[in-house]
Each structure stands twice: as structure tokens, then as C-alpha cells.
Design a protein. Structure first.
Length: 281
């Protein structure tokens, strides 16, 4: 039996892009007789607001999407992130880094999926761990794992190339864990067998597959779906004022009708679904 998940962060309201992502995970699970898990990724400090969580529950119910069991919360799993960090440190794969984003941008020689690629400034340097984030030495990690692969249901088999990101941060100085580490550990904890998420996260899967190999975690299959995009080609985003599901719900719109329209590809004027799998628009 497959297990999928929808994993929103309560740092803002849900919009149609989230509705589409939730629907893909939900419908895939139901079509295959599987389970659909709701995970709340609520470790983003003060930006994570509990009032949004209650709105998420109402929004999904309004759309007609039912999850299995109780919702799970990242904030209940901080010990697992710390334990994974200690394990990777003991393997000699993490090092502390105090570089700012501006310093990285100034020193970087390449651009990767997340922007300027960290050039390894603090690798081998004496740094106060109390004031630092912890980065994964990706080249060293790859010598331990050797070549690794992962499979996307649409794109097929992929050779993992996490080197494109440089030495990613796994333990942040301001938060318990980075998205890369938390999402990877959570998918294992939730028994996820099919990770459904937007194609903007396709590149991140290379890093997640490396972490699974290093930590001896089970390997799911992935399904990276298209994104709802605006006329300028950027994905729909709450930070740019995309209308929220909660506002639509309170205005009396029919959530089930909205879900049917998304399934049928009938999108509001100006919105479209991105094409392709390998890169975000």
C-alpha cells in the first residue's frame, strides 16, 4: 500500500497551488488504495503560526480532501533531527560555517538550484560551533556512498548529483534543521513510499537521496507534479498575494467545485500548469 503526503508550512495561508499539490497526493493515494498523510512543517521559528494550521484543516475539508489519521507536526520531531546531525558529525561529514549570504554570493564561482553555490570557505577552518550552521561535506559524503540513483514516476531513473548544490546546510543556527534534513527524516518517520511534490523541488531530491544513503533510510519513489504558474511564468506564491483558500471559503465559493476544476485542468484566467519535470519555471 502506498503512502503519500501533503506537507504545508503554516507561515501563510494556502492558495490554489497548495490545493493542486494536496489534490495530487490525495487522489494518487486514493486511486491506488493507499494512505494520504497530512504533515505540518512548523519549525520555521516565529513565522510558523498555529492559527494557520486550523485554517489548513478547514481548507482541505472544504475541498473534499480527507487525510488518514491525525495530522503530524515537525515540531514534535526535533530530537530526531538532532540525532541525525550527531550521527553525521560522528561520521566526519559536517562542518560549522559562519558565512553570511552576502559573503557566499561574493565568493561563489557557480550558480546552482538554490542560487550561488557555497565555495567551501569554512571547510577545514576553525569556527565557533555555537555561532555556526552545519554544512554537509558533499564530496566526502559521495565517496562513502558511491553512485546512487532515485526514481521519479514521470522522469524515470535519475543519477543523484547533489554536488550541484555545493555543501548544503543541514542544521541551521536559527532553526532546528534545514528543509533537506527535516523532510528526508520525516518521510521515513511517516512511512512515505511515494513523495508527491512540485517540480520546483525536483533538484532537491538529489540531496535527499544522498541523506537517505548516508543514514541508511528506506528509499521511496518520487512524483514531481507541474506547478500552477502566473502569466509571467513564476509559480503561484502566497508571498506575492495569491488569493487564499480561506478567503475563497469564507466568501462562499464551492470548494468541491474548485477541486473538480483543478482535476479537469480548468484554471482561473491567467493561470496555467507548468510543463516538463526537470526544472521549475
Amino acid at each position: 500500500m502506498i503512502r503519500t503526503r501533503f506537507a504545508p508550512s503554516p507561515n501563510g495561508p494556502l492558495h490554489l497551488g497548495h490545493a493542486y499539490a494536496a489534490m495530487v497526493a490525495h487522489d494518487t493515494a486514493r486511486a491506488r488504495g493507499g494512505a494520504f498523510i497530512l504533515r505540518i512543517e512548523d519549525i520555521d521559528g516565529a513565522r510558523s503560526r498555529p492559527e494557520f494550521v486550523e485554517e489548513f484543516f478547514r481548507d482541505l475539508e472544504w475541498l473534499g480532501l480527507a487525510w488518514d489519521g491525525d495530522a503530524v507536526f515537525q515540531s514534535h520531531r526535533l530530537a530526531s533531527y538532532a540525532a541525525a546531525g550527531e550521527r553525521l558529525r560522528a561520521m566526519g561529514l559536517l562542518y560549522p560555517c559562519t558565512c553570511t549570504r552576502a559573503e557566499i554570493a561574493a565568493a561563489a564561482h557557480e550558480t546552482g538550484p538554490d542560487g550561488p553555490v557555497y565555495p567551501g570557505t569554512c571547510r577545514g577552518r576553525e569556527v565557533d560551533p555555537a555561532q555556526a550552521a552545519w554544512r554537509l561535506d558533499v564530496a566526502k559524503a559521495m565517496t562513502l556512498t558511491g553512485p546512487i540513483e532515485w526514481v521519479d514516476e514521470e522522469a524515470g531513473a535519475q543519477i543523484a548529483t547533489p554536488q550541484a548544490f555545493g555543501d548544503v546546510v543541514l542544521l541551521r543556527k536559527d532553526l532546528p534543521a534545514s528543509y533537506h534534513l527535516a523532510a528526508t527524516l520525516d518521510d521515513t518517520a511517516d512511512g512515505i513510499t511515494l513523495v508527491t511534490r512540485g517540480m520546483d523541488l525536483f533538484p532537491a531530491t538529489h540531496v535527499h537521496r544522498l541523506l537517505q544513503a548516508l543514514l541508511d533510510l528506506p528509499v521511496p519513489t518520487w512524483l514531481h507534479h507541474p506547478l500552477l504558474i502566473e502569466p509571467d511564468g513564476r509559480k503561484l506564491a502566497k508571498r506575492r498575494g495569491a488569493p487564499s483558500l480561506a478567503d475563497r471559503r469564507r466568501a462562499g465559493e464551492d470548494g468541491a467545485a474548485i477541486a473538480r476544476a483543478l482535476r479537469d485542468g480548468l484554471l482561473p484566467t491567467g493561470l496555467s500548469l507548468s510543463q516538463g519535470v526537470h526544472q521549475a519555471p
